[in-house]
Design a protein around this ligand. Structure first.
Ligand SMILES: [Fe+2]
Length: 264
């Protein structure tokens, strides 16, 4: 039973999200930048439209991915305030704005290919808000809940610095679920009494759960996806996993500056 005030709040938020979705969807379809896209770029965008996510293997060589991973792991036991989380006991370690400590990562943060397809997907110029390093340890044991990051389109790119298989928590998602608007509208209105509103109970997605896909890929693979698709993380049962996450938004603004970050 949804309380009346929550119901009104949920309906109002849902209406705003759905209008934003229609607006960005229309802009993206009109695709002001499409003339400047080559066939490969158009293919990537089409895949995200259809399937929510797209993987490009060998975007970096495995060697480069491992080199960057090893360089970042050196920071785990340095006593720096911007290293968030303890690799010996916590579920994850993060470093926000990581290119400040490894300047060569600026190239990845501002990668013209990724920003170009993000801009075309969003239907407007888009920018990197933050590059974040994440090291998932073997200390997290539970599979995360099915969720969306937002109910409106949001582009994210991830670079895998480890080979990923069932032993170290492959990204798991339901292809095309960002387009299941009636299911997403119902969810936004219903909300969630026991968790955040963007978290789904398994019985809310029974009609599409069988489509869930796990992404196993070699280090150096690039994953681009819309975080409005239903997804979850599997635990690192055997080995840790390192990734770089690039948060891309249509607003040119540095994100997460309230976190502890390396000084310039
Ligand atoms: Fe997520």
């Amino acid at each position: 039973m949804i309380k009346n005030n929550n119901l009104l709040k949920n309906i109002s938020k849902c209406a705003k999200n759905e209008i934003a979705n229609i607006y960005h969807g229309t802009r993206s379809r009109l695709d002001f930048t499409s003339k400047r896209l080559n066939d490969w770029e158009k293919h990537c965008i089409k895949q995200i439209h259809l399937n929510s996510a797209f993987v490009i293997e060998n975007y970096w060589s495995r060697e480069k991915a491992f080199r960057v991973r090893d360089k970042l792991e050196e920071f785990h036991d340095r006593n720096e305030p911007f290293v968030l989380g303890n690799y010996l006991k916590d579920e994850l370690v993060r470093i926000y704005h990581v290119e400040r400590i490894v300047p060569e990562l600026k190239e990845f943060r501002f990668d013209p290919f990724v920003l170009k397809i993000a801009s075309a997907y969003n239907g407007q110029p888009s920018y990197s808000g933050a590059l974040v390093y994440q090291y998932d340890t073997v200390h997290g044991r539970a599979k995360s809940h099915y969720h969306v990051d937002t109910f409106t389109r949001q582009f994210k790119s991830m670079m895998y610095l480890d080979d990923v298989n069932n032993g170290n928590g492959p990204f798991s998602y339901i292809p095309g679920s960002h387009r299941k608007r009636s299911l997403l509208i119902k969810k936004q209105i219903r909300g969630n009494d026991n968790n955040k509103n963007n978290v789904f109970d398994e019985d809310e997605i029974t009609s599409i759960k069988n489509k869930e896909k796990q992404v196993c890929m070699p280090a150096g693979s690039l994953l681009v996806f819309d975080t409005a698709c239903i997804h979850r993380g599997a635990p690192q049962e055997e080995r840790s996993r390192s990734v770089l996450m690039n948060y891309i938004t249509p607003i040119q603004k540095e994100l997460y500056l309230h976190k502890q970050i390396p000084s310039l």
